[in-house]
Write a protein that binds this ligand. Sequence first.
Ligand code: ADP
Ligand code: MG
Length: 703
Amino acid sequence: MSSNNLLLTPIEYLKGVGPSRGELLRKELGIHKYGDLLNLYPNRYIDRTRYYKINQLQNNIAEVQIIGKIINVKTVEFAKGRKRLVATFVDETGQMELVWFQGHKWIRESLKINEVIVVFGKCSSFNGVYNMPHPEIELWSEHQQSLRSAMQAVYPSTETLTNRGISNRVINKMMQQLFIETQALFSETLPDYLMQELKLIPKNAALFNIHFPKSANALAKAQFRLKFEELFFIQLQLIMKNLIQKHKIKGHPFSKVGALFNDFYQNHLPFELTNAQKRVIKEIRTDMGSNAQMNRLLQGDVGSGKTIVAFMSMLLAIDNGFQACLMAPTEILANQHFLGLSELSNKLNINIKILTGSTKTSERKIIHKELENGNLQILIGTHALLEDKVKFHNIGLAIIDEQHRFGVEQRSKLWKKNAIPPHILVMTATPIPRTLAMSLYGDLDISVIDELPPGRKPIQTVHRYDSNRLKIWKFIRDEIALGRQIYIVYPLIQESEKMDYKDLMDGYESISRDFPLPQYAISIVHGKMKPADKDAEMKRFAERKTNIMVATTVIEVGVNVPNASVMIIESAERFGLSQLHQLRGRVGRGAEQSYCILITDHKLSSDSKTRMETMVRTNDGFEIAEVDLKLRGPGNFMGTQQSGVLNLQIADIVKDKEVLSVARAYAMQIVNSDMGLQKPEHAVLKAVYMELTKKKNIWNYIS
Ligand code: ADP
Ligand code: MG
């Protein structure tokens, strides 16, 4: 039996594990088989060749080991009915306490008084006495016989595991046992030529050195090899999936660039397209002109002009005899799209309608009918488009704006409506860092509008403290005197909703006092208002009937009032970077110089400081997204939950982005030159690929 078959052995068969530990490993760490344990990579490494004396202890040393003796053990009640077990531990330089909060009985029985032992764990001091909670303990005589290196692996663990006696030392022993039973003969997973080109060490050596590093250098090589491998196979699968999708899923080929598109392009374009817009339209045209279904993500910073791209794509659908729809996450946004696109459509005599939650029944009936008989060419709307009653005659293109608000199922619901799915264009203004996009959407094609329309003045952003408010108010008065309009945004976080509403209303009242009628008029919009009231207020502001819009983040997405030139964000430290950037994108849409003022408290965490500095430094959404990714980690990015980026075993999407790029380039090259992985040198890849796709774990999220 080769080691690889052995890796499928249930974990309880490993010597020293057994059924009850096996159960714990399954539950706590998801380790079912030998192979899962082998892939439990250490979080870090510690030096187990160094021994501390008690009088050398300091706070904040990560972990220490000390040789000494326990001289007594007692149970101490520290709160009503809550006990802890305390052992006094001494060496020749002093004394300290070993403490347990749980599992007293069997620990107490296992503790040996006056025998030389080695304790290992984290220390902290309380009233001048050091204590070590839940230490690992080993008899000195046994300790001397076990193997130790200057880099001992520290594995991920859980409280339950520690409390149930599966300490790091125990996991280390299991790992040793695993290497003994399998004789460490793990088969290679990468082709020779690739290993040579990239100077990767063999899989065997990598696995050994990740668990039992011989040196820092050996460890680094092991890490690189395993990270590369992990990212490479993810990319390989994503790229293959994309290709298979293109081969399998037939789309409607839009073979014509027809009358409407040409008429619009030649006679009605409201402005000259930027090069980026032209390039993206071409990419979309090529996609939709082929026999395969388009699945494209269109990224473009706020204000980069995605709407016109969407519209011209719709024209292609209509020219080829199909209907098109555009779905937006909020009613305000849907309305805005409808207004904008109606203006363009009317010039071309296109039948366009809007369907939202507040569409009247009579109108709804007309829409349903016209949709089914094909008279309606473009339908704009919200989630309402997903209702079962909404049936298209022949939908050819579905555009989804601000995709992060829609779940994956919703997306697929749209295209399950017809036998042949429509082409899908997902538009997002939340720039996703390239590295993340590659992992998240590796199976979507990506277009980027990386150029703003000409003549835009970069928004000037400043960071001010609460104490500067008088000056800020003066600035607002000056801007209003120049005919401009102002947004003032308050945070609204679900957990503190009540407080936040109070802040918002207090703010609104004080602003109303400082900017009184009849000279000034103020709008307010927040989530608790009825949609109709919200829209009415937005409309008043858009029609310049009010000077200031006080709002929560409901205005975050897409709202377009070009005359608004100042965005003031209250308690800016409470917003995430991408949210701040989205909010700022509400201004700077007209010809005037625009401003964004971030108001915060004096006390700021270092992350908050970084966020403010980043906003002040740059207007580039992609740069901001990179910083955001560094600050928050990939877990908080929309969409990451579904993608498996979080399930990475060893690579880190932020720290290892260079490795990711290399891995992707190689995967791409291999798929392009040998899609079926038929070449002999790729046999090894094919075997791993088949094994991975059998598991079907993460990549089936889009279809
Ligand atoms: P977003 O990408 O945020 O959806 P929009 O499509 O709403 O951006 O465009 C923002 C503004 O820029 C709109 O007022 C639009 O008319 C204008 N715009 C778009 N493209 C161009 C262009 N090529 N030249 C000039 N103005 C443009
Ligand atoms: Mg938009």
